[in-house]
Write a protein that binds this ligand. Structure first.
Ligand SMILES: *[C@@H]1O[C@H](CO)[C@@H](O)[C@H](O)[C@H]1NC(C)=O
Ligand SMILES: *[C@@H]1O[C@H](CO)[C@@H](O)[C@H](O)[C@H]1NC(C)=O
Length: 303
């Protein structure tokens, strides 16, 4: 984790057509996001990605060079404004602080006064086309934010979430699923580590059957009446967490949600932060198609 965690500063000078700026959105909790602005385009409006990094809720940062690089790629390839969120980490801050932080970002962006006061906010950023995205623990956060947004969407003025990109989300349970047993020893994820991470995340008295962890298990939220956004879910064949992710997929399907599962059979956990891997390229292409579809749907209904 430390290898991945070299920090880089924001760079307001466009590099490969993307400039970056750190924006404080909650000074009392020392929360900020790194804003990625694409410069090459002359399009009338840019979609917005609200992104949550991985690291088991306890590690890494929006300033980590791997996530800085991934978000730059999202901004450039998708022609989107990216807000990569620095949320509070465990074990100092336990559940639900992280969920509160993710919601606070959406509320911040919804407020036109806040946007007007941001010196680097592009005028053509369109808050009516927001995508929530995240990987690993960030995928867990993205999922719960999608639910919380859907339950309170009427309290937002202009901001609209029109899609969720969930990359190898971190879910679990007390029981060990097959993929966890069979893939013990696979890179990045080990059972000892995930058990430690859940313990660090959950307050005393809560266990891994809590709905935050075993999202589709016996204590799952009832999402049947929730307007969950259309979802693109990525799973890797060599990721020990893949069976949990597939259960999440099946649960969304049972609840009649619009979800597409993309599985790369030879991908490890966090594969897509390595641009050398062919699946990383495929992922960006897949997300681009998803964006285009969702945006054109919204634009059509607007007319
Ligand atoms: C978690 O959820 C699954 C259903 O997805 C269920 O089979 C399992 O018993 C739950 N609990 C544990 C301990 O993993
Ligand atoms: C879930 O919520 C829906 C309506 O939102 C309701 O009709 C259904 O009975 C609920 N299911 C359970 C198991 O509580």
């Amino acid at each position: 984790m430390n290898l991945l965690d070299r920090h880089v500063a924001p760079n307001p000078t466009p590099h490969n057509s993307v400039s970056t700026h750190d924006v404080v959105f909650d000074p009392s909790n020392n929360l900020w996001f790194r804003l990625f602005v694409p410069h090459k385009s002359d399009v009338v409006s840019l979609p917005i990605i609200v992104f949550f990094h991985g690291g088991g809720f306890a590690f890494l940062s929006a300033a980590s060079h791997v996530y800085d690089a991934v978000c730059r790629r999202f901004a450039r390839k998708l022609n989107a404004v990216v807000c990569s969120v620095e949320y509070r980490l465990s074990p100092e801050h336990k559940f639900p602080s992280q969920y509160d932080d993710t919601f606070a970002v959406l509320k911040f962006l919804d407020n036109p006064e806040n946007r007007k006061n941001l010196p680097f906010w592009p005028e053509n950023a369109d808050v009516s086309t927001v995508f929530i995205a995240g990987d690993s623990a960030g995928g867990n956060l993205a999922h719960h934010l999608a639910v919380n947004y859907a339950k309170s969407s009427s309290t937002f003025s202009l901001l609209k979430v029109i899609g969720l990109v969930n990359i190898q989300p971190f879910f679990g349970g007390k029981e060990r699923v097959n993929s966890e047993v069979e893939l013990e020893g696979a890179p990045v994820v080990s059972m000892d580590r995930t058990q430690w991470l859940w313990k660090a995340f959950l307050p005393d008295g809560l266990d891994c059957d809590h709905w935050a962890v075993n999202v589709s298990g016996p204590n799952a939220m009832n999402i049947s009446g929730v307007e969950y956004p259309p979802t693109l879910l990525f799973v890797g064949g060599f990721d020990p967490l893949k069976d949990w992710q597939k259960r999440y997929y099946e649960w969304l399907r049972r609840n009649e949600k619009d979800v597409k599962l993309v599985e790369y059979s030879s991908a490890i956990h966090a594969f897509y932060v390595f641009p050398e891997l062919p699946e990383a390229e495929l992922l960006f292409a897949e997300v681009k198609e998803f964006f285009n579809n969702q945006i054109s749907k919204v634009r059509r209904t607007k007319i």
